[in-house]
Design a protein around this ligand. Structure first.
Ligand SMILES: [Zn+2]
Length: 641
């Protein structure tokens, strides 16, 4: 890609700025926008355009009464790389805390000596905001009176996703923009209609020694807060992963994780730059939208016999998670999109939790999607009624699917799941395919008849015990006809890793003398059909391939990279970080959390960060860590494979 000049960047940023702030119709994600700004900051730090980017609070045109903030309301510095986070944290001592970063509108609330709410103000430009006192009184979660004062409370007004869903037709692209408009209504009753919510995250003017104490104080005043957790210094990313995982459960949008120094004394020492406090940083979740290629459409049969199209796309990162499947909802909607294989499509994961295929960017050259005439589960004829596709054999179809679940549980020898329980789980919608066993939660199980806490905990324990599955068992568990015990064993021995097995062709397979062409065809097609299931299972389980045991290691089931710890730094050329980590785990290796004495290999991509220095320091002290280039790492994979 050709690098843009500073002048080009300036023009582009100005244009997107206007689209965002004046027209409220952003064309690119916040992430992409921030990248442009970062590049300009590097190329031309004194560019006047950099000063034209307003902070979050200044989204809509300011018009009301101005309020000067006693302490400036600065926006947070942000980063997208773990290394930047580590560099930031090295500048101070003491504990760290983290909270999810709410994507809303920052506000300041002032309470007087009697604890009465006397002022609400937007952030504005950070120095001067706008008086919205009458409107904030209409927001649930902002008490009119608290038990003590005077105090200034800062927090975020936001619109919950469930309220946003109801108001989608108002045409706002995300809940934040809608909330920003809602808090500036001239009529406070109008503001009330928007059902806004509030989370407090800072307290000024009250002696609190730590962030944790501030949160306890907010709770004592009955002000809602987000979750706050302590962050281990040697694994800062764990807080990011924790909140990223939780993101889908929240009824509000989060766009990252805020890390802060816990000690208020450290915060005061660190102070501010002209733009940001130094004691806090936002580690942002990455791109919420992305373009990718539609590879295929699979058909998924529900309990009631509805057959839903599922798009299989080249993996694309949306909001920090790799997405390779997207529900197309129903036949009618799929047809409207006019999908063909190879189409370039726009995927989004914003303002909601489930990835969505928004539109076709460029029609593909590949074949049109064929609507199956037979049910992919039970092979009975299908039928189209209005926008939906159905299996005509509803009862028998359910039986086929439950039988697959039973087969899976038996194959992996997971105790406690009898046929009755499996049918119950299926009918309750808790387990639709074998991968769902691994995401069961205790709360889900307790809803079932005759299920107590002890039994539920035991079942979850049994499932957790099956997170490492030998390759032959894994293959057999997929319930592919002709891939029973004997053939699974042969495949595992011949091709050694799951990747090896998945790459195998009909010709290669039928060359093995006990297999033959009929079985080979059945197996290769079956594996292709189960690709979606395999990918879903791999999110939860590690498949232990058959490798040559390392000297000193016991048993022949040892995976080639077993017992070795890896870490990546910089951007890899041949694959994403996520794919690379999966490779390590598929071969039995482990991911390390940082450069420590346990680390075996540090793999460096383009523009590696401070980790390399750290690794070299360890080496100089006789540490075992080895620094590998991406090419050397590829070689290692080939040998292990
Ligand atoms: Zn069926």
């Amino acid at each position: 890609m050709k690098k843009k000049s500073a002048e080009q960047l300036e023009t582009e940023i100005r244009r997107h700025n206007e689209l965002y702030f004046q027209k409220h119709q952003p064309e690119i994600s916040d992430y992409e926008f921030d990248r442009l700004v970062e590049r300009l900051r590097t190329l031309k730090p004194d560019s006047p355009v950099l000063r034209e980017i307003p902070s979050d609070g200044a989204r809509l045109k300011e018009s009301g009464i101005k309020v000067r903030h006693v302490t400036p309301m600065l926006s947070l510095d942000k980063c997208y790389q773990e290394e930047d986070l580590q560099d930031w944290a090295e500048k101070f001592s003491g504990d760290l805390v983290a909270t999810p970063k709410i994507d809303g509108c920052a506000v300041e609330l002032r309470y007087d000596g009697a604890g009465r709410l006397i002022l609400g103000a937007t952030r504005g430009d950070g120095m001067v905001g706008e008086d919205i006192t009458l409107n904030v009184r209409m927001i649930e979660g902002i008490p009119a009176k608290i038990s003590s004062g005077p105090v200034e409370i800062r927090g975020e007004i936001y619109m919950s996703l469930s309220v946003f869903q109801k108001r989608k037709e108002e045409g706002f692209s995300n809940p934040r923009n809608l909330a920003a408009g809602a808090i500036k209504q001239k009529d406070p009753n109008k503001t009330k209609e928007y059902e806004l919510s509030f989370f407090g995250y800072d307290v000024l003017g009250v002696a609190c020694a730590t962030e944790l104490e501030k949160f306890r104080q907010l709770k004592a005043w009955k002000i809602p807060t987000v979750e706050i957790i302590e962050v281990p210094r040697d694994d800062m990313k764990s807080a990011y992963d924790y909140f990223l995982k939780k993101r889908e459960q929240h009824d509000y949008e989060t766009d990252g994780v805020v890390y802060k120094a816990n000690l208020v004394s450290e915060q005061q020492r660190l102070n501010f730059t002209a733009h940001h406090p130094r004691y806090a940083i936002a580690y942002k979740f990455q791109g919420d939208s992305g373009e990718t290629i539609l590879k295929d459409v699979e058909w998924s049969v529900s309990r009631t016999g509805t057959i839903t199209p599922v798009g299989i796309v080249e993996p694309v990162e949306l909001s920090g998670a790799m997405v390779s499947r997207v529900s197309l909802h129903n036949l009618g909607l799929m047809k409207q999109l006019g999908l063909r294989r190879g189409s370039k499509v726009l995927m989004m994961r914003r303002g909601g939790v489930i990835p969505k295929l928004e539109s076709v960017v460029r029609a593909g050259e590949g074949a049109a999607i064929v609507v199956p005439a037979h049910c992919p589960s039970c092979e009975a004829p299908t039928e189209v009624r209005e926008d939906f596709l159905y299996c005509t054999n509803t009862k028998g179809c359910r039986r086929t699917q439950v039988a697959e679940l039973e087969h899976f549980i038996k194959a992996i020898e997971c105790d406690g799941f009898g046929d009755k329980l499996i049918a119950q789980l299926y009918d309750a919608g808790l387990v639709q395919d074998p991968a769902d066993f691994f995401s069961l939660q205790q709360g889900d199980l307790l809803e079932l008849d005759r299920m107590g806490e002890t039994l539920a905990a035991k079942l979850l324990h049994n499932v957790a015990e099956k997170k490492k599955i030998p390759l032959d068992v894994f293959l057999r568990a997929l319930a592919i006809r002709e891939l029973a015990k004997h053939t699974s064993k042969i495949l595992a021995q011949e091709f050694r890793t799951l990747e090896g097995v998945l790459r195998v062709t009909e010709e290669e397979l039928s060359a093995i003398h006990t297999i033959g062409p009929v079985i080979a065809k059945e197996v290769v097609e079956g594996l292709k059909r189960k690709k979606g299931l395999i990918e879903r299972l791999l999110k939860h389980v590690a498949v232990v391939g058959v490798g040559s045991p390392r000297p000193g290691a016991e048993g022949a089931e040892t995976a080639p990279l077993q017992g070795r710890k890896f870490l990546f730094t910089g951007s890899l050329e041949t694959m994403t970080r996520g794919e690379a980590e999966k490779k390590v785990e598929a071969l039995g290796g482990e991911m390390a959390s940082g450069v420590t004495k346990d680390l075996d290999y540090l793999v460096t991509g383009a523009e590696p960060g401070s980790k390399v220095e750290k690794a070299k320091k360890l080496q100089s002290k006789g540490g075992k860590v080895r620094v590998l280039s991406e090419a050397e790492w590829q070689k290692m994979l080939k040998l292990a494979d």
